[in-house]
Design a protein around this ligand. Sequence first.
Ligand SMILES: CC(C)(COP(=O)(O)OP(=O)(O)OC[C@H]1O[C@@H](n2cnc3c(N)ncnc32)[C@H](O)[C@@H]1OP(=O)(O)O)[C@@H](O)C(=O)NCCC(=O)NCCS
Length: 174
Amino acid sequence: MALYEFDGKRPSVPTDSFVHPAAVLIGDVRLGHECLIAPGVSIRAEFGPAEIGNRSNIQDNSTIHVNPDMRVIIEDNVVIAHGVILHDVHIKARCVIGMGAILMFNVVCAEDVIVAAGSLVPKGLQIPAGKIVSGNPAEIIRDVSEKQKLMAREGVDAYCDLCRKYLATMKLVG
Ligand SMILES: CC(C)(COP(=O)(O)OP(=O)(O)OC[C@H]1O[C@@H](n2cnc3c(N)ncnc32)[C@H](O)[C@@H]1OP(=O)(O)O)[C@@H](O)C(=O)NCCC(=O)NCCS
């Protein structure tokens, strides 16, 4: 794993979470249990903490950074899809942040929010629980359906399974 201590703070990764060797975690990164951090992810927490809850996954090439006096909080059972950019955000339980979304400074997603793929969520936007936001700038477009909540749960479960399989079976072979 590429975990780097910075200014006396080092990432904390429980043994039941998987961080791919091609991901980079720097400084005050606090990972929960059964998380999966995919290749190409960069989490830089030099200025403040980045906390990631249990059973959350951060997919390939996503970037998380924390400004001075700020923090990033990602709660439990969250999906951060491929190529997402997050800065000083608070993402509550069971949210899905779609592929390629950018969430600007101080965005708060309450529980069960879906951010549509490719959206740009402007700074400070507070998204109420169970809403879908989409667009540039992103706006609330409708409620998350029960089917979409179920799909989000299944996505989390699939990534927890992947986490266990990566821990048990992944080998560098070339
Ligand atoms: C926004 C989203 C939740 C909508 O899903 P949905 O309710 O099933 O909507 P549909 O696919 O039926 O599309 C409905 C409309 O929204 C548009 N749309 C869908 N996704 C969109 C997006 N990301 N941005 C802008 N418009 C979008 C569709 O083109 C369609 O437009 P139309 O009515 O003019 O034809 C979904 O498309 C999305 O982006 N989910 C995130 C996916 C993701 O990245 N998951 C993580 C995978 S690892």
